[in-house]
Design a protein. Structure first.
Length: 272
């Protein structure tokens, strides 16, 4: 990964980490530093070292027609341009989560330099900036949702955008503007969590050995907005007991800043 992309990745992880620390009242007091494996290390006042790894539940498709990376890159550029325009006119710091529809065709995002793609990109960028400026939470800690159920959203949301979550975090953390495709969000189920834990358990053996324990933070990409959302499956997933090498595992829903700690069965051969 080049320096520019690594810096972007680090800023995103810091913002999510800060949001998690603010949302989780039992987060240990101490120094937090960026690391590589795991993503963060917390040194508590008592001298204990806690490694925290961040991971996301991402949608996975078997077919080749839908290029998820191309969609992510295309939408990320829209959000980046919208952020630049907004911040050139305002000193407020926002966390913005835009949920896009599937109507953005694959042939558009796979040819981002074509004229049609540029027109769509520019139009969506302008719309996002306008919607945020018209629904701006002025006070730190305020959170607004513009969707099809709100009068403003029903009238002003472009067909390619399902909803926009806007949080004012001025003075608390860095800005974070990101995009997700509502119907491409991977459902929160027992199977999806088990797979994520298995993947991370394998890598855990290569993490910083000086840590007294390791935590896993599973970032759920706005599952409440997904067409795959099944409240029964979600509750079952959150109450299930998972076998793992990690000491603690949390599910963090980033739009609502909701933290859920999972029930664990620790593997006998784990030293963490």
């Amino acid at each position: 990964m080049d320096n520019k992309n690594q810096s972007k990745k680090d800023r995103k992880e810091w913002t999510i980490m800060n949001l998690f620390m603010e949302s989780f009242s039992q987060f240990p007091i101490g120094d937090v530093e960026k690391s590589e494996r795991p993503d963060f290390i917390v040194t508590t006042r008592q001298g204990k070292r806690i490694g925290i790894e961040l991971t996301e539940l991402k949608y996975e498709r078997k077919d080749t027609e839908f290029n998820m990376r191309a969609h992510e890159d295309f939408l990320s550029q829209i959000m980046l341009k919208a952020q630049e325009i907004f911040e050139s006119k305002s000193k407020l710091t926002l966390v913005v989560d835009a949920h896009f529809a599937d109507s953005i065709a694959p042939e558009i995002v796979q040819q981002p330099s074509c004229e049609n793609a540029q027109l769509i990109s520019n139009g969506l960028t302008e719309a996002i900036v306008r919607i945020i400026e018209d629904n701006l939470p002025e006070a730190t800690g305020k959170h607004y949702i513009v969707d099809r159920n709100s009068k403003y959203g029903d009238i002003n949301l472009p067909s390619m955008i399902e909803s926009i979550h806007i949080s004012n975090v001025t003075g608390r953390m860095e800005a974070l503007w990101y995009a997700s495709i509502s119907t491409r969000v991977k459902p929160l189920t027992v199977d999806s969590i088990v797979q994520r834990i298995k993947d991370k358990d394998i890598k855990l053996r290569g993490y910083d050995k000086t840590c007294d324990q390791h935590w896993l933070l599973i970032i759920q990409n706005s599952f409440l907005m997904s067409s795959h959302y099944d409240p029964v499956a979600v509750q079952h997933a959150l109450k299930h007991r998972y076998r793992t090498l990690f000491k603690r595992i949390f599910v963090f829903e980033r739009s609502s800043a909701t933290v859920s700690e999972l029930n664990l069965i620790h593997r006998i051969n784990s030293s963490h």
